[in-house]
Design a protein around this ligand. Structure first.
Ligand code: PGU
Length: 408
């Protein structure tokens, strides 16, 4: 028999969101009448803008014609879409041949680990989107969980005390630094000055930043940077990962992209772009051509306007959740709310309580599902994350239930 890959036995728990779903099912078994509302996983709920859906439908229909049919496309993605992404999001900072189209940001975060192998040192914001850490464990770059985190990972606490920007001094030279802004789960958006500190640190210490900008379109404060490449020097030390999931509602359609600048090199001088091209052409066969047609429509003026409307909708939900959590019942119990208005997530601290305890309390007393902060890393303990992805009527109903919650 083949031995189990040890890296899998190093994982101390299942993936966070299936675990939340499992507990929901368990609860429903015992409470069949419960009408649970999820403010947990960040999954889009609103219909695709018609303009974008029509572009995909037309493309799909044309596939049944001789003229409209296409098979495998370029592994790096359609050149017209790469060009549009470069023009829309990276004017003067990245060129189309530095853009790689993918089937989503999560998949890119997984594949990116093959670039660096098991010997790379990894640093993550704590708390962080769990895929950076779990993926590092699966790839062997991190070891077993020692009770306060996985061996080999440098956790950089991002807490209210440091305004959610980490102290980088703990990061070893030549590390891979995962960084997410707007951040999942805290919602914090790093300022230009903060990202400059990060970029300067990476440049001075031989580090590479994997910058996850999946929530960039939620940034409404125009003084805040939407891309790491707005920072001078980032082309020499950063990769950016992004997605159509949240702005265009493509969580199910699946489409994302990465930007790997040609100026970024490994210690031996090899361009990272060269190896990333090799990974994308060898381990990936291109994003769905139908999804790419949708992506192109999303970047037309009509698509961009429709995406803004959908994001406004979720931001309005976020505001309703924030207003509810600021009510007396929460305030008097010492609950602290962190909400930036530039993110779909509200991060809330319940001093003295464990994250899963708060999860159980909301599930039991309000039939509202949230995500326990400890699932995002050790510094997330005593926090929970509220997601604003949901139909407005459901979010408002969840808020009504929370209003009458009595917290001891
Ligand atoms: N990056 C970040 C920071 C995310 O929060 C998510 C989704 C993704 C990437 C995934 O992007 P795709 O392009 O759709 O692959 N986070 C959600 C969903 C959970 C999950 O497992 O992806 C969340 O609730 O945190």
């Amino acid at each position: 028999m083949i031995n189990r890959n040890k890296c899998f036995s190093n994982l101390s728990a299942g993936y966070l969101f299936p675990e939340v779903a499992r507990r929901r099912v368990e609860y429903e078994k015992n409470h069949p009448d419960a009408k649970i509302i999820s403010l947990s996983i960040g999954n889009t709920t609103e219909p695709l803008p018609a303009f974008i859906a029509e572009a995909m439908a037309n493309y799909a229909l044309a596939l049944s014609t001789q003229e409209g049919y296409s098979g495998y496309g370029d592994e790096q993605g359609n050149s017209s879409l790469r060009k549009k992404i470069a023009e829309t999001f990276y004017k003067n900072t990245a060129s189309p041949d530095e853009v790689f189209i993918s089937d989503g940001a999560k998949c890119d975060i997984a594949r990116i680990q093959t670039l660096f192998g098991r010997d790379v040192k990894v640093a993550v914001q704590d708390p962080a989107y769990p895929v950076y850490v779990d993926g590092s464990v699966i790839s062997g770059a991190a070891g077993a969980n020692n009770g306060s985190g996985y061996d080999g990972i440098v956790y950089m606490p991002c807490t209210p005390e440091n305004n959610f920007f980490p102290d980088l001094s703990q990061v070893s030279p030549n590390s891979l630094i995962y960084f997410c802004s707007p951040n999942n789960p805290t919602g914090a958006v790093s300022t230009k000055q903060e990202l400059k500190t990060l970029v300067d640190f990476a440049l001075g210490n031989g580090c590479i930043i994997v910058f996850d900008a999946a929530y960039r379109e939620f940034i409404r404060d125009s003084s805040l940077p939407k891309s790491i490449f707005e920072i001078e020097g980032a082309r020499k030390c950063a990769i950016e990962i992004n997605s159509f999931s949240k702005p265009a509602g493509f969580t199910g359609v699946r489409l994302g992209w990465s930007v790997v600048p040609k100026d970024l090199t490994f210690a031996d001088g090899t361009p990272v772009n060269k190896d990333w091209t090799r990974v994308m052409t060898t381990l990936f066969n291109g994003a769905s051509n139908i999804a790419q047609a949708g992506g192109e429509a999303a970047l037309e003026p009509e698509g961009l306007a429709a995406m803004k409307d959908v994001i406004d909708y979720y931001l309005d939900n976020a505001n309703s959740i924030k207003n509810t959590l600021e009510l007396k019942n929460f305030k008097n119990a010492g609950v602290k709310i962190y909400s930036t208005g530039n993110s779909p997530y509200i991060w809330a601290q319940f001093p003295g309580k464990k994250s899963w305890e708060i999860f159980d309390l909301f599930l039991d007393k309000c039939n509202v599902l949230v995500t326990p902060g400890s699932g995002f890393g050790p510094a997330g303990e005593s926090f929970v994350r509220f997601s604003s992805f949901g139909h407005k009527k459901d979010v408002l109903e969840a808020c009504r239930r929370l209003e009458s919650l009595i917290l001891q």
